[in-house]
Design a protein around this ligand. Structure first.
Ligand SMILES: C[S@@+](CC[C@H](N)C(=O)[O-])C[C@H]1O[C@@H](n2cnc3c(N)ncnc32)[C@H](O)[C@@H]1O
Length: 213
């Protein structure tokens, strides 16, 4: 049986998606109140509220990540923005079902990284994942897995181009790049103006990109 469709794995995902929905709702309410009080994005109370929110992918995006990683027979995956590990679980499940591999995940928030590690252990896929704690632009510079078969971008969108540029020399010729919240300023423009990329948008949020020949 595939890891993704294993009933215990599905139960764990259902729990995480339900937690994600709740924390997303709470974060939106808290954010509205904080902004009304004059606290800016990045202020300590705003950051404290964001720390509790999963800000996770949708179940459909999780399935898409799993399928793409399987189709590309990915063995080396990099994730920018792990949070509580919802996307990480889908990618790790694909690695397991591809026969093994390595997922380098990145997260700045220690409490989120710790929670993700616990969840990955609970799912039995922690042997496939290393979570680098800190700014991905630094941690990925120090630890560069190659060749990268799949790159998942799901951190702050204004950093997508920086992270992609950093990893471009390490991308496998058959690599697939997936970005959530791809409407982030500058990202789609960067892809459009570099003709070695072939890119397709799924709705407003998700962008799937391949390297052209
Ligand atoms: C949208 S959430 C990721 C959601 C996750 N992929 C999931 O599906 O559950 C973005 C995460 O990126 C983290 N982050 C912010 N800046 C970062 C950076 N410079 N490097 C790595 N992670 C970062 C945030 O703490 C946040 O947890």
């Amino acid at each position: 049986m595939a890891t993704l469709t294993d009933p215990a794995f599905q139960l764990l995902l259902a729990r995480l998606f339900s937690d994600a929905e709740r924390t997303q709702r709470e974060f939106h309410e808290e954010r509205r109140a904080l902004l009304a009080e004059g606290f800016q994005q990045g202020s300590p109370p705003y950051a404290a509220a964001a720390r509790k929110a999963h800000l996770a992918i949708t179940p459909e995006t999780g399935e898409l990540l799993y399928l793409l990683a399987r189709l590309r027979e990915a063995r080396t995956i990099v994730e920018f923005g792990t949070s509580f590990g919802v996307s990480t679980l889908h990618l790790a499940a694909a690695l397991r079902d591809n026969g093994g591999g390595r997922l380098i995940a990145t997260e700045t928030e220690p409490t989120k990284a710790e929670a993700a590690r616990r969840t990955l252990a609970e799912a039995g896929v922690d042997d496939l994942v290393e979570i680098l704690l800190g700014d991905a632009r630094e941690t990925l510079r120090a630890k560069r897995p190659r060749p990268v078969d799949l790159l998942f971008l799901d951190g702050p969108g204004h950093l997508y181009v920086d992270v992609l540029k950093l990893l471009e020399p390490d991308l496998s010729p058959t690599a697939v790049i997936v970005a959530d919240n791809a409407e982030a300023r500058g990202y789609r423009t960067y892809l459009e103006t570099h003709d070695h990329y072939v890119s397709v948008s799924f709705g407003t949020r998700v962008e799937v990109t391949l390297l052209s020949d």
